[in-house]
Design a protein around this ligand. Sequence first.
Ligand code: NAD
Length: 280
Amino acid sequence: MKIIDGKRISAEIKDELREKVAAYKAEGVEITLAVIQVGNDPASSVYVGNKKKACEYIGIRSLAYELPEETAEAELLALIENLNERADVNGILVQLPLPKHIDEEKVLNTISPLKDVDGFHPMNVGALCIGKEGFVSCTPAGIIELLKRSDVEIAGKECVVIGRSNIVGKPMALLLLRENGTVTITHSKTKDLKEVCSRADILVVAIGRPKMITADYVKEGAVVIDVGIHRGEGNKLCGDVDYDQVAPKCSAITPVPGGVGPMTIAMLMKNCVESIQLQK
Ligand code: NAD
């Protein structure tokens, strides 16, 4: 059984990006990411802090906009429109969740699709759907990198995705399809989830329920990717997969922490660097 090391692979990607950014700088091209946070949700502050740190490491300039909780929707939209127009800003990221009085969908749809490094704009989702170039949601894009860099063949394989969220499950299924996997999407209304999952050569789990996937969901020799993150007993992190039970059955598995998690930021950085090509 192989443990897919997301920490090592994400570090590898960040080092590759650092070199690319240095080459751009040598040509006089600087990459800038604008990060907007509204309010001071502690988890969001940690995520934003990590994104800033990653920018610093890679050599991307980051602009931080820390707006108070009571910021009006119109004010936030105006800021985004201003950043859309600025030629010196390549990527715009609005940290979610937003306060309840702000319409999240409206905000995400206001970000220019050419600067939408999170890949949430309907234009980018549509581009992924019809196989055109565009920004792809970072967590599922990171999972494809994990599979490729661990020499897991996707073409022709039975791939089962649990979860159909817009951020993880749906784009994950589309990406696996793009890699020529035979893809099944399952969700809370799926009948006999165990039976469907146990057909999978590659099982991607994005449910949001601690340790729900036990050994009886998994085929002998399957590759299991665990997207879930939870704080379990004794403040210990765990995923949606019961790792101790499932790992011995797998040919490869991602741990939590140190699997999918670190890839999300690495792919955000990759999207920032690739924005230069898309914007040309
Ligand atoms: P979500 O709540 O939006 O979606 C969960 C999906 O699971 C839904 O589509 C639902 O149909 C399905 N589901 C719920 N209960 C089910 C059941 N009993 N059987 C089968 N399907 C069921 O969640 P999300 O945003 O997709 O995130 C999923 C998990 O991944 C969460 O734990 C989240 O914290 C984590 N996550 C991690 C990263 C990362 O960077 N590692 C990024 C995003 C999300």
